[in-house]
Design a protein around this ligand. Sequence first.
Ligand code: FAD
Length: 542
Amino acid sequence: MSENQTAVDGWDTDVAIVGGGPVGMGLAIELGQRGVRCVVVERYAQPQPIPKGQNLTQRTLEHFHFWGAEPQLRAARTIPPEYGIGGLTTYGTLLSTYHYNWLQRELVKPYYYTANERLPQYATEAVMRQRAAEIPAITTHFGWDVQHLSQNAEGVALRIAGRNGEGERHLRARYVVGCDGARSIVRDQSGIEQHRTDHDRMMVLLVFRSQGLHQLLERYPGKSFFNVLHPELKGYWKFFGRVDLGNTWFFHAPVPAGTTRDNFDFTAYVHEAVGESFDISFDHIGFWDLRFMLADRYRVGRVFIAGDAAHSHPPYGGYGVNSGLEDARNLGWKLAATLQGWGGKDLLDSYDAERRPVFDSTIRDFIAKSIEVDRDFLAAYDPTRDTAAFEAAWSDRATGAVGEVNSFEPNYEGSPVVIRLGGGEAFCSAKGSHRFEARAGHHLAPAEMAPGRNVYEALGPGFTLLAIGAEATAVQAFRDAAVSEGIPLTVLEAGSGAEAARYDASLVLVRPDQFVAWAGRPTTLDAAAARDLLATACGGLA
Ligand SMILES: Cc1cc2nc3c(=O)[nH]c(=O)nc-3n(C[C@H](O)[C@H](O)[C@H](O)COP(=O)(O)OP(=O)(O)OC[C@H]3O[C@@H](n4cnc5c(N)ncnc54)[C@H](O)[C@@H]3O)c2cc1C
């Protein structure tokens, strides 16, 4: 247990984070880098060696860029970069002649500063633990369990217990964030209910070694994860992925209710899914229940939940860890702004207002929808019944797979802390489109502000104002308003002919999490207008 903090103002820490999985460690880094003192309490001394959460999106790598750990994360990958990280969907068996490219995330790469990555979650967690250890504001208690929490108007009290007989301790924090996974004690003890949709499916997770499978899959160069559709599974997948190159694999798929490690032939099941026999030696056989759960709120008073504690679902499409890390980015700057006195009274509530509808949409429009679409396709088409009709529909699916990657663009258009021009109803949603224009509530696409200098290398830790041929008086109005309200603001002026012209605005107000709070092309803008825009983006006046 590290003890590098002393009590300040009667509190042991500003933010206690329960759970040091990827989301808890991401939040700690976000807060710690902003100078917010935080304590992470994590049950396990070491990351658990289950190869889940492998597909990290371009957006997630942007988080690692800002967390000062992108090179370390890329160095920790278990498959050489030249081997590729693509996905493949097949029909019937893994070696079937019917297959197409799946989740081609490289198609949306131009809209993000960093490329995507793939590595087992325990390797990601190890990198995050190392990074957190470098930040003085973070204290970690690994090997400790949170057992109880209670809150009042001023703060939250936690009772924690060492797992190796170290006894009990009490911790008091101004805020607590439950990043403690799907069975969250923080969620349950703070009275947050969940909306739960059971699919009544028991799933197996196998981790196995096989060089034979590696040889068989040499026919699919550059592919690391594989989704086998089979009519009998009614839209649920047989899902394979590489854990390292040439040896270790994971596989998850539905199994009959009541399956145990001892009453089922897992070797035959894997061989059937591949369509051929090969050497296989199991390292891990575990089970999980396929269900969707979304918390009915992400905040109660001084307690918040994030990551799988707030939303859990089958790992179809790799939305879990990526969504959880975005929760951490969204909540992190808002907690820091509130604790540092420049966050307005509504800022913390905007975490729920932005992130919960986005995940609701992620379930509805992407994960559950993919199961329904696959089920309908498998019921309607069968190559043994009508080969031509099947092949035409299969080819349409291959084209449609591109659409899924393009339209997954989480955005906060309906947020109370973004300022849209024009009227009309707006919502926060996972569904959108990738564009270069700066749009309020959307992720900022990268662009060069001057030759060789990308905006992502120059954004400030607070708000950033991009000035692209803007009126000098308007830029000064923002500077003055930021100083008078105590809001950290960096101003970046674009050079002439800069790529930033594609933002299609002369002024872009960018939040600390790289979402656009406001964008416009005003002819005049005075100090009062600039102050109103900044105050709204900060959740009202502090
Ligand atoms: C088989 C499988 C494959 C997956 N594949 C993918 C994928 O490819 N892509 C993707 O994005 N997602 C994937 N996921 C989902 C992803 O793993 C989760 O979304 C991710 O782990 C969520 O991170 P988290 O930090 O919120 O929760 P967790 O990873 O569950 O971490 C919670 C942490 O809290 C700790 N904890 C819990 N209770 C307490 C307590 N009382 N006191 C102290 N500590 C506590 C736990 O020990 C744990 O370390 C997969 C999941 C599974 C099961």
